[in-house]
Design a protein around this ligand. Sequence first.
Ligand code: FES
Length: 118
Amino acid sequence: MQDSDSSAVDASGPQAWEQVGTSEDFVESEPWPVVLTCGQRVVIVRFEGKVFGLSDQCTHGDARLSEGWAEDGWIECPLHQGRFSLVDGRPLCEPVTEPVRCFAVREQDGAVWVEGSR
Ligand code: FES
């Protein structure tokens, strides 16, 4: 499988890259929850071969986006069906109005990495 980002993963510095799985773990358009060492919940979604990471918490209410539906570059909240862009986390339809946090994700040498806080 090709890397989504060919830059090397640097595990040093104030932000830490964490391996959250292998390339095979993340199937096209299937939201998958991961928890970073810092406790942050992230939903990982593969779309058109590239892997994206968003906060696994809807900005409209108490719902996990990883329990929702992903398609065509968006993820839909399971509670009220608000949608967010996988690319930049922006809200795409009512009732969501606040963007969801995005995380940097890299796929390298068959592994998937997310940049979290130390
Ligand atoms: Fe997500 Fe309402 S809780 S759209």
